[in-house]
Design a protein around this ligand. Structure first.
Ligand SMILES: [Zn+2]
Ligand SMILES: [Zn+2]
Ligand SMILES: [Zn+2]
Length: 136
C-alpha cells in the first residue's frame, strides 16, 4: 500500500481522501471495478465526490500507471496496475473472472520490447467466450 502512496507522490500527485479511498477500494477488490461500482463503494465509506473529482482522480491514477483502465463491453473498468493478471469475459452475461496463464506472456513481453525497440509499460489480455453457467 505504501508503495502505491509513494508512487502517487513521486508522480506529483497529492494523496487526497478520494484518491486514497479509490486505491483502498481497488486493492480490496482485487479485480476490475466499474466507475459505478466504485461510486457505490465510496458511498459506503461516506465519501461522495462529484463526477469531475472522480474523473480527475482516475485520470491521474491511470496516466501514471498506478491504476489501469480496461474497456469491456463498452464499460470502463479499473484495477491496480501492480496486481497484474488476465481475464475471462463471458459474452452472454458479461461476467469477468481472473485467469492464471503462467508467465510465458510476461517473458515474451521483454522480447517484444527489445525486438521493436518499444518501451512497454503494460499489456492487457482478455479471453472472450461463454462461462460455465451460460453454457448450460
Ligand atoms: Zn482483474
Ligand atoms: Zn456467462
Ligand atoms: Zn500479463
Amino acid at each position: 500500500m505504501n508503495t502505491i502512496h509513494n508512487a502517487i507522490k513521486s508522480s506529483g500527485g497529492r494523496l487526497t481522501k478520494t484518491k486514497k479511498a479509490i486505491i483502498d477500494i481497488l486493492s480490496e477488490n482485487h479485480c476490475l471495478l466499474s466507475k459505478q461500482e466504485m461510486v457505490e463503494k465510496l458511498k459506503i465509506k461516506k465519501i461522495r465526490p462529484d463526477r469531475s473529482t472522480i474523473y480527475r482522480e482516475l485520470q491521474f491514477l491511470t496516466k501514471n500507471n498506478i491504476v489501469i483502465k480496461n474497456m469491456i463491453a463498452g464499460i470502463d473498468y479499473y484495477e491496480i496496475a501492480q496486481d497484474h493478471h488476465h481475464h475471462l469475459i463471458c459474452m452472454s452475461c458479461n461476467s469477468i473472472s481472473k485467469v492464471e496463464i503462467g508467465n510465458h506472456l510476461e517473458k515474451q513481453e521483454k522480447q517484444i520490447a527489445r525486438q521493436n525497440k518499444f518501451n512497454i509499460i503494460n499489456h492487457s489480455l482478455e479471453f472472450y467466450g461463454l462461462c460455465q453457467r451460460c453454457l448450460r
